[in-house]
Design a protein around this ligand. Structure first.
Ligand SMILES: Cc1ncc(COP(=O)(O)O)c(C=O)c1O
Length: 322
């Protein structure tokens, strides 16, 4: 029986192991002259960890409370979100179906291997457009309903207000840990993919005066307004007042050759973190995010002695797939 609790009047189900550690990385701090902290959301305890679990604690509590028995979600061929959703569904006894973009799939490695080991049904869709994936999801759900099932679709990345609440919680967790450790946070650096992590963090850290920089690794178009609106809707759902402004959404793009295509800078950043600290980042999200941090650092974006929190959002399985 999973533990449930109500947070801000909204039901949440225990899935991960929180709080995750917030640790000062001594070697990187020494090399850079800033106080470099890492928030280890890769250590949240399911699969190989990752940011999606915090979102799923709200999303799947909602699914359970509303009588949905089958979860569909979508993603790229090596989607961390999809595999973490599948693992959480297994834990909760919910049926699950993953709809993944087929393009580029050659072997059952990384997250696809993990899905296979969990015996998760996967439907590959031969498209690059999420509109096609969602249309297919609708057709599948119609058929499921006709069989008497109650399916629910979690959109890509779980980045709807209910999911972003997970990172509002994370922001509060980080703030409490920093306070306990006796430092104030100047900057937070996170990956900004579908935007839920970033939206929750800016909402939760606004009152601390910490600046959040989201590193973009997936989309070429500007999605500042989208993240801003998501943060406002999340605030509304949580019943909290916020004085966030559009300019609080700071985005820096480090996509490299393309989404899920490793960049040279990302690979160097992964090696740097591994060599200095024995911590592994991934080639799709966190490696490029750390590369973004290093580039911004080299341009004087962070002042010496500042306290910077880098959010490790997981993604490890892709190290074994690309
Ligand atoms: C490892 C990892 N980091 C970061 C992100 C981006 O998070 P968000 O979608 O909340 O922007 C993802 C999204 O899939 C991810 O898998």
């Amino acid at each position: 029986m999973q533990q449930k609790r109500i947070c801000r009047g909204i039901e949440k189900i225990h899935l991960g192991y929180y709080p995750t550690p917030l640790t000062r990385l001594e070697n990187i701090s020494r090399e850079t002259g800033i106080n470099f902290y890492i928030k280890r959301d890769d250590l949240c305890g399911l699969v190989f960890g990752g940011n999606k679990v915090r979102k799923l604690e709200y999303l799947l509590a909602h699914a359970k409370a509303h009588g949905f028995d089958t979860i569909l979600t979508a993603g790229g061929a090596q989607s961390n979100h999809a595999v973490l959703t599948a693992a959480c569904c297994r834990k909760l006894g919910l049926d699950v179906l993953l709809l993944l973009k087929k393009r580029g799939v050659t072997e059952t490695r990384g997250n696809l291997l993990l899905a296979q080991l969990m015996n998760i049904p996967v439907r590959f869709i031969d498209t690059d457009r999420y509109a096609d994936v969602y249309a297919e999801a609708e057709t599948i759900m119609e058929a499921m309903r006709a069989e008497g099932k109650h399916p629910w679709l979690i959109p890509v990345g779980g980045s709807i207000p209910l999911g972003a609440l997970g990172y509002l919680d994370a922001a509060e967790e980080i703030a409490a840990q920093a306070e306990e450790a006796g430092f104030s946070i100047h900057h937070i650096v996170c990956c900004s993919g579908s935007g839920g992590t970033h939206a929750g963090l800016i909402l939760g850290t606004k009152k601390l005066g910490a600046r959040v920089t989201g590193i973009v690794v997936s989309v070429e178009e500007d999605f500042q307004a989208e993240i801003y609106n998501l943060a406002l809707e999340t605030a509304k759902l949580a019943g909290i007042e916020t004085d966030l402004v559009l300019d609080d959404v700071v985005l820096k793009a480090y996509i490299g050759p393309g989404y899920a295509q490793p960049s040279e800078e990302g690979a160097a950043a992964i090696r740097f973190m591994a060599e200095k600290e024995g911590i592994f980042l991934d080639p799709v999200y966190t490696g490029k995010t750390f590369a973004g941090f290093l580039d911004l650092f080299s341009k004087g974006y962070f002042a010496p002695g500042e306290n910077v929190v880098f959010v490790h959002t997981g993604g490890g399985p892709a190290l074994f797939a690309l």
